[in-house]
Design a protein around this ligand. Structure first.
Ligand code: NDP
Ligand code: OXD
Length: 305
């Protein structure tokens, strides 16, 4: 069995070595133009040339949770795409969102600013029941985030494309319900995949449905958000704060207003990192299942996630 790997150059050798160790019967190598046909490709943001040249693939593994960049390519017809499902990312995402929600609810940024001024002022108590956290997406990551928030008694609700009768949080489904969903949220967390249906969803019309003083946490993809619309709502104070981990252009250009906006916390796409160890283990298990002829969970290219 042959496996080709395409990863960022600083991690490529480690991915090849770890996959080789996990699949000793396979021949694992870094992809290069003109590489011999392989059975599996393990990739992040692969060049079109890889997908055009690799004509014998039995599956393509995306070494991230979001497949938007891969699906922008022309894929070999009929070849299943698998993505990382959690693989250590869910707990990181929960940690990131939880700290943002706690800081917002407890007013910790304002208290830190007070310390710098030498001020001792106890703000009014904020009821937890008023801090409703709405999560767009209740998939692998959204569910883990919801669970972490619920463990601290935050009221949580989620928005999805399809009904989930067994969900542990109240769900609202479909575009018609979105405005009402958002209007009851003190915090809006975006954990949607980027698809034609979700691109630009976080625009002025939607974000202005949030109550005054709300917070936005965008940890999914930059193209979900209309940057200028958020900036206008931050400038007017309608939205009090935004935590932004993902951007339309990454790295975020130096001149972008997000860098210096006093109401923006910005992180460089680090809310949930791909962890090579658990990812390699998940990919190796899936390859073994495919080789045994067992079903595996694949991306639905028509849905886009
Ligand atoms: P999943 O596919 O498991 O979950 C996606 C969720 O979004 C599902 O609940 C799905 O609804 C919902 N959804 C999709 N399309 C729509 C729509 N049109 N309307 C309403 N709901 C919709 O994805 P993950 O939880 O694994 O990952 C989510 C995203 O997080 C990734 O796609 C990626 O963009 C981002 N991410 C960001 C990282 C970072 O470091 N910043 C790291 C990892 C991921 P339904 O349940 O009905 O199908
Ligand atoms: C992912 C990401 O999709 O890192 O996994 O953004």
């Amino acid at each position: 069995m042959d496996i080709v790997v395409h990863e960022s150059s600083d991690e490529l050798a480690a991915w090849v070595a770890d996959l080789q160790a996990a699949l000793p019967q396979a021949r694992v190598r870094a992809w290069a133009p003109g590489a011999a046909a392989a059975d599996y490709a393990v990739v992040w943001a692969p060049p079109q040339q890889l997908l055009d040249e690799q004509t014998r693939l039995r599956a393509i593994f995306n070494t991230g949770a979001g497949v938007d960049r891969l699906l922008q390519r022309r894929l070999p017809p009929g070849v299943p795409v698998l993505r990382l499902r959690d693989a250590g990312m869910a707990v990181q995402m929960a940690e990131y969102v939880l700290q943002a929600v706690i800081r917002h609810h407890r007013g910790l940024d304002a208290l830190t600013a007070q310390q710098a001024q030498g001020q001792w002022v106890q703000p009014p108590v904020r009821e937890r029941a008023d801090c409703v956290v709405g999560i767009l997406g209740h998939g692998v990551l959204g569910q883990r985030v919801a669970q972490a928030l619920q463990a601290l008694d935050y009221p949580v609700r989620a928005w999805t494309r399809s009904p989930h009768p067994q969900a542990a949080v109240p769900l609202m489904v479909g575009r018609e319900a979105l405005g009402d969903f958002v209007s009851g949220c003190a915090v809006l967390v975006n954990l949607l995949p980027l698809t034609p249906d979700t691109e630009g969803l976080l625009d002025h019309a939607l974000l202005s449905r949030l109550p005054r003083g709300a917070m936005l946490v965008n940890v999914a993809r930059g193209a979900h958000l209309v940057d200028e619309d958020l900036l206008a709502l931050l400038d007017s104070g309608h939205i009090a704060r935004a935590w932004l981990d993902v951007f339309r252009q990454e790295p975020l250009p130096a001149a972008h207003r997000f860098w210096r906006h006093p109401s923006v916390h910005l992180t460089p796409h680090t809310s949930a990192r791909t962890l090579r160890g658990p990812s390699v283990a998940q990919i190796a298990q899936a390859i073994a299942a495919i080789e045994r002829g067992e079903p595996v969970s694949t991306v639905d290219p028509t849905r886009g996630y």
